[in-house]
Design a protein around this ligand. Structure first.
Ligand SMILES: NC(=O)c1ccc[n+]([C@@H]2O[C@H](COP(=O)([O-])OP(=O)(O)OC[C@H]3O[C@@H](n4cnc5c(N)ncnc54)[C@H](OP(=O)(O)O)[C@@H]3O)[C@@H](O)[C@H]2O)c1
Length: 281
């Protein structure tokens, strides 16, 4: 689906980004992976073969993002796809009085600043080519409150709106901009946010799937836990020419969470309410 295309994936050293990098290479693209961890990044691209490169970047630093895009064009001559995927966990929900403002800005710098810098530096290259697909990883937390910390939730809502802003501005140059909003996917992001070392969090993440399924039973109509593969497949479609008339959209990859509660939950509640009415008569 991506034969001959050149892609940049920020936050590609683990989880959703790493699986997306592998899928894009399988589908014929050359891929430049960005991330902070050099060892993991180099190991990943070595496993993906000669069409993959790693550039060490912190997306909260604009000059790093500029270097990531610049290296890609230097090495591969063009840029067709940008996936702004880098992310970190938000603050635990301990009430408004406990919010750490410095951490709040850090979360926004990565999720919002990183996306803005990515679009800023990719857009001129794609404008010259008169084509390109930019995809931002948002979240169910940007669509519905209460799933994540307020910093993460607000940042992802901003990503969804930034997607629309960029889409209406860049469409005239042949550039499409979309986002995906994953539901809870067992990846290392949860362990890292809880203070686990990154390598252990990444290695053990998939073991969390049964716990996720248990918790999500009353929220998600598709009853299995989502996987990085689920999100990567949506990113692939948005990256490819198969979605050439789709721009400014957010696609929830969430097993149905954003659509509403599983009907079994409301049936059960209606039964309880029915019993309460019956007890009155
Ligand atoms: N898992 C979920 O439930 C879920 C749900 C909704 C949305 N998301 C979003 O999906 C994206 C990928 O997360 P994931 O679940 O796959 O977790 P992950 O495995 O922890 O991946 C996060 C990636 O972002 C990179 N990263 C973090 N901070 C960075 C920075 N300042 N500069 C450059 N790279 C940075 C990490 O690499 P380094 O550590 O090497 O920098 C890593 O490659 C994130 O945007 C996340 O918010 C995840």
């Amino acid at each position: 689906m991506l034969d001959g295309k050149v892609a940049v994936i920020s936050g590609g050293t683990s989880g959703i980004g790493a699986r997306t990098a592998a899928l894009f290479v399988e589908q014929g693209a050359s891929v430049v992976v960005g991330g902070r961890r050099e060892v993991e990044g180099k190991e990943l691209v070595a496993s993906l073969g000669p069409r993959a490169r790693f550039v060490q970047v912190d997306v909260a630093v604009e000059s790093d993002v500029e270097r990531l895009i610049g290296r890609t064009v230097e090495d591969f001559g063009r840029l067709d796809i940008l996936v702004n995927n880098a992310g970190i966990g938000g603050q635990r929900q301990g009430g408004w009085s406990t919010i750490d403002i410095e951490r709040f800005w850090t979360v926004l710098a990565v999720h919002v600043g990183g996306v803005v810098a990515g679009i800023k530096h990719a857009a001129p290259v794609m404008t010259r080519q008169e084509s390109g697909s930019i995809i931002n990883t948002a979240s169910i937390g940007g669509l519905v409150a209460g799933w994540t910390g307020v910093d993460y939730s607000a940042a992802k809502a901003a990503v969804i709106q930034l997607t629309r802003c960029a889409a209406v501005e860049l469409g005239q140059h042949g550039i499409r901009v979309n986002s995906v909003s994953p539901g809870p996917i067992p990846t290392g992001i949860f362990g890292k946010a809880a203070g686990m070392d990154a390598a252990t969090a990444d290695r053990t993440a998939s073991q969390l799937a049964p716990a996720f399924e248990e918790v999500l039973r009353s929220h998600q109509s598709i009853s299995r836990a989502g996987t990085p593969e689920d999100v990567a497949q949506a990113l692939l479609w948005l990256a490819s020419d198969a979605s050439s008339f789709v721009s400014g959209q957010d696609i929830a990859v969430d097993g149905g969470i954003a659509a509403g509660r599983p009907i079994s939950v409301s049936v059960e509640e209606r039964k309880r309410l029915g019993a309460a009415f019956a007890s009155l008569t």
